[in-house]
Design a protein around this ligand. Structure first.
Ligand SMILES: Nc1ncnc2c1ncn2[C@@H]1O[C@H](COP(=O)(O)OP(=O)(O)OP(=O)(O)O)[C@@H](O)[C@H]1O
Ligand SMILES: [Mg+2]
Length: 480
């Protein structure tokens, strides 16, 4: 974020001066633009390092349609940070495709940092975190109704929440929903993946650092706590945090103060903490890997996200929801026939909702706008049918082999068959977990090779988030 630029577009002159000074203080280069012609020229250069434009609501209205057209001509979504005492500029109503972010007047440094963090996240392709319908974890099963009740109960308080659950169950989504339902909703929601950031960098990531605090600290940098001021900090994969950092975090939770790395100035913070992990923290405590005192601080309000296989009756709603999301992104909606739904309903979904979302995305790309039958599903889903759909309901207790619908029958019941890559079970059995790890390591290596060693490229090939891949690299001691 330090090399980024913000275009300051002629708010009132005195405000522009203040904005420019504050931006420089935050190590962001302001580029003053005084008229539409100048903006058009700068936009034509389509700078990838722009963080957004900063403009007063009045000037935005004055420049009107032409201003909007110029911003629309920039390839990536360009956040418009508008300065106003009241609501957004009138022109924003007819340009809802642009990301509008409010900066109150008079400009305060903390608020500016928070808005810039939002702008950064928009530029990185994340939607603006506003309005709660988008982030409400869908599902009407008993398990999910209980989760929603707990979320609604805890949201209005500043209580720390600890979200537990397997990978892909929607922990981050639940955290966002708590934030959206809280009084902090208009403020930033700042996620940090404690497992994906190397231990020695996590401190400066969370608390920021002063210029020269360590080799490579070329300028002062704000940490996530400062970005989250007034809002919520989501500490994901807290179970992976080093013991040393746990001590530092504990202090912030107790005293609500911290220092940037390389500074002895104490900074007060007003941040709500939501932490999450897929690990068993109590086991980690017994093993001496997690501090008990920190656990009790975080575990004030535990929230357990159910695995998808424990709430298979949510499948129709989830599928509907995820397909709708895909359609909003411009994709053509797919549909499933009964046989395909039966197969999906019989799966164990070890990757939970994320696995379902990935499968639907893949199918929507392969079969745009089509009706998907059991035959169109990847093998491991075709072979898993043990559910039945009655009307709109899924019954999972009636075993129904998918092979009845899909032909030719293959897979699940014929371990001897070794066609098309199907595996046979060795005589003495197999350590499945080790076997799957070996496959995983092998595919990660291949993906890295194919992506010329770049983690982002390999993550794309493996259809996983970069941070997830970073975690796996650490787990298997691999390097990019
Ligand atoms: N109840 C739900 N309704 C709709 N989408 C969901 C739901 N739960 C999860 N998802 C989607 O599934 C994916 C995984 O969710 P999320 O990242 O919140 O899970 P997680 O538990 O944090 O996973 P991990 O432990 O792997 O980080 C996301 O794309 C999310 O939007
Ligand atoms: Mg997560």
């Amino acid at each position: 974020m330090l090399e980024a630029k913000v275009l300051v577009i002629e708010p009132s002159d005195s405000e522009a001066g203040l904005a420019e000074t504050l931006l420089r203080f935050l190590d962001i280069e302001p580029v003053a633009v005084r008229d539409l012609g100048e903006l058009r020229r700068v936009a034509a250069q389509s700078q990838p390092d722009w963080l957004g434009v900063l403009i007063s609501a009045e000037t935005a209205d004055l420049w009107g349609r032409e201003f909007i057209e110029i911003l629309r001509s920039v390839p990536q979504p360009m956040p418009v940070i508008y300065l106003s005492h009241e609501g957004p500029p009138r022109i924003a109503e007819s340009a809802t495709d642009l990301p509008w972010l409010h900066l109150e007047q008079p400009i305060k440094q903390r608020r500016l940092s928070a808005v810039l963090a939002q702008a950064e996240s928009v530029r990185a392709g994340h939607p603006i975190q506003r309005g709660n319908h988008h982030f409400r974890p869908s599902g009407n099963s008993r398990a999910m109704r209980a989760v929603h009740r707990l979320i609604e109960q805890v949201a209005p308080f500043d209580t720390n929440v600890l979200i537990l659950g397997e990978s892909g169950t929607g922990k981050e989504m639940a955290a966002r929903h708590i934030h959206e339902l809280s009084g902090r909703a208009g403020r930033p929601f700042v996620p940090v993946n404690c497992g994906a950031i190397p231990a020695d960098l996590l401190e400066s990531e969370l608390f920021g650092h002063e210029k020269g605090a360590f080799t490579g600290a070329l300028s002062t940098r704000l940490g996530r706590f400062e970005f989250a001021e007034g809002g919520t900090l989501f500490l994901d994969e807290i179970g992976d945090m080093s013991l040393q950092m746990q001590v530092k975090l504990l202090r912030v939770l107790q005293e609500r103060t911290f220092e940037r790395v390389g500074s002895n100035r104490t900074i007060r913070c007003n941040v709500r903490i939501i932490a999450a992990t897929h690990r068993d923290l109590e086991a980690a405590i017994s093993a001496g890997r997690f501090r008990e005192d920190l656990f009790y601080r975080l575990n004030v309000f535990p929230l357990q996200m159910p695995a998808l296989r424990e709430r298979l009756d949510d499948l129709p709603v989830l599928i509907e929801n995820l397909l709708e999301r895909h359609a909003q992104g411009g994709g053509k909606r797919i549909r499933f026939d009964k046989g395909a739904l039966q197969c999906l309903g019989g799966n164990r979904w070890p990757g939970n909702v994320r696995e379902l979302a990935n499968l639907l995305e893949r199918l929507a790309i392969l079969f745009p706008g089509q009706l998907i039958g059991a035959d169109d599903l990847p093998d491991r889903y075709r072979n898993a049918g043990v559910g039945t759909w009655v009307g709109g309901d899924l019954r999972v207790d009636v075993p129904t082999a998918c092979d009845e619908i899909a032909s030719p029958p293959r897979g699940l019941f014929d371990a001897e068959v070794d066609d098309a890559g199907a595996q046979s079970l060795p005589r003495g059995g197999i350590d499945l977990k080790d076997h799957l790890c070996a496959i995983e390591v092998d595919l990660i290596r291949k993906a890295l090779e194919e992506a010329d060693g770049t983690v982002a490229g390999a993550a794309r090939l493996l259809r996983m988030r970069r941070t997830t891949l970073v975690e796996k690299l650490r787990k298997y001691h691999l390097s990019a």
